[in-house]
Design a protein around this ligand. Structure first.
Ligand code: ZN
Length: 132
């Protein structure tokens, strides 16, 4: 299969990662996640006593369900935030783009799709194979 490089004028052999761009995207994602964390966080900590009087049983159930979903979203958001923080730390110490599993260079395509990716596709797959 023949692949056309996205930028035909770029003849460098080195893996080409725009660190500044990655940092911008990670910083933006971090801000977004922090914002989400504070909104969802409030939602997840809503207490039963905060529910106004006079609402039906169904609404209580919906409220409980919503809280449950919120705590799950909260956990996922925290996890994503951790990954972004780690990626930013790796940018700072110059190890960004190296797989934390095998040390290989993570493909720029993958980093472009997931800037917070910490390991290469092969390691990610084997990890998921173990945990699933
Ligand atoms: Zn790897």
């Amino acid at each position: 299969m023949i692949r056309t490089p996205p930028d035909a004028t770029d003849t460098s052999i080195d893996v080409d990662i725009d660190i500044d761009e990655i940092r911008r995207r990670l910083t933006a994602e971090r801000a977004e996640l922090l914002g989400k964390l504070s909104t969802v966080g409030e939602d997840a900590t809503v207490r039963r006593s905060d529910v106004p009087d006079g609402i039906g049983e169904t609404e209580h159930l919906v409220s409980a369900e919503r809280q449950d979903v919120s705590s799950r979203v909260l956990a996922l958001t925290r996890h994503a935030l951790d990954e972004v923080d780690e990626a930013l730390a790796r940018l700072d110490d110059g190890t960004y783009g190296d797989c934390i599993g095998c040390g290989a260079q993570i493909s720029p395509d993958r980093l472009d799709a997931i800037p917070a990716a910490s390991c290469c596709l092969a390691c990610q797959s084997s990890r998921e194979g173990i945990t699933r």
